[in-house]
Ligand binder design. Sequence first.
Ligand SMILES: Nc1ncnc2c1ncn2[C@@H]1O[C@H](COP(=O)(O)OP(=O)(O)OP(=O)(O)O)[C@@H](O)[C@H]1O
Ligand SMILES: [Mg+2]
Length: 313
Amino acid sequence: MNNILTISHLSKIYQSGFQALKDINLEISKGEIFALLGQNGAGKTTLISIICGIVNPSSGQVLVDGNDIVHDYRNARSLIGLVPQELSTDAFETVWNSVSFSRGLYGKPPNPAFIEKTLKELSLWDKRDNKIMTLSGGMKRRLMIAKALSHEPKILFLDEPTAGVDVSLRKDMWELVRELKNMGTTVILTTHYIEEAEEMADRIGIIRKGELILVEEKQSLMKKLGKKELTLQLQSPLNMIPEELNIPGLILSKDQCELTYTFDSNNNQMGIVELLEKLSKHGVVFRDLHTTQSSLEDIFVSLVNEGEHINEV
Ligand SMILES: Nc1ncnc2c1ncn2[C@@H]1O[C@H](COP(=O)(O)OP(=O)(O)OP(=O)(O)O)[C@@H](O)[C@H]1O
Ligand SMILES: [Mg+2]
């Protein structure tokens, strides 16, 4: 069996009567990185909490490497590491003890070499004897990951791993997730940052009001939405685009200070390098350039905002 996680017809109605999940069906393969996108209250944490056995499902089934999360709870749970959205730590404990204790909770025999490796990978080795309350916010988040990895789980859930984390730490986190993938760990993460999903995920799922409205390979999603825009800020304004530069997709801004080039990676349009060579040959000098590819963001925003179901992009 290649699926590490199989979710079938999963629904959740909280005691208040609120339906947080509606008929979720999803299969995750071993070693995959799956990003779950959705607005506040969409149901991401509820879904993760059910898989991790923190919240009871109302109906449906979840199998973790073949183990039913209700009937084979202990087996299922031992395969899972969770970094929850709300960080809670024991302020007076040291980093080393806290991670060792987490491992022990799962009944795993002590393995100092493994914990050392994990702390080194997470750049926490120097802080191993520090009390948790002396760590920075980003370090605490990394500690939570170390704790979640302490019992060598096969699947790691990261619920908003980079919320409130600075840019460089966010990049470190991405790097770490890639390393985990290389080591064979399956990673399921939730995020509000489209960029993060684009950067890391093999597949992307979008959840809206408790429904999984789209699940797609990132590559094919990006290909379908593969429009990019290149903006060139000109050294000096241009009255008009020279005749020879009449290239489909190239437009001069109203203030004549910017050229934008919209191209579709699926079309056989002129490449950027060729375009830039042509521009310089015709004496068009620019002082800055940047590209944008916000299409995934566009589709996400329209999907979550619109009332309709969209099965096909
Ligand atoms: N214990 C509970 N009782 C009743 N309703 C709940 C409970 N927990 C969550 N909900 C509701 O379920 C919905 C989904 O919440 P959930 O925490 O899963 O969202 P989320 O997608 O993780 O959002 P966020 O991006 O803000 O973390 C929300 O409307 C929330 O108010
Ligand atoms: Mg949440």
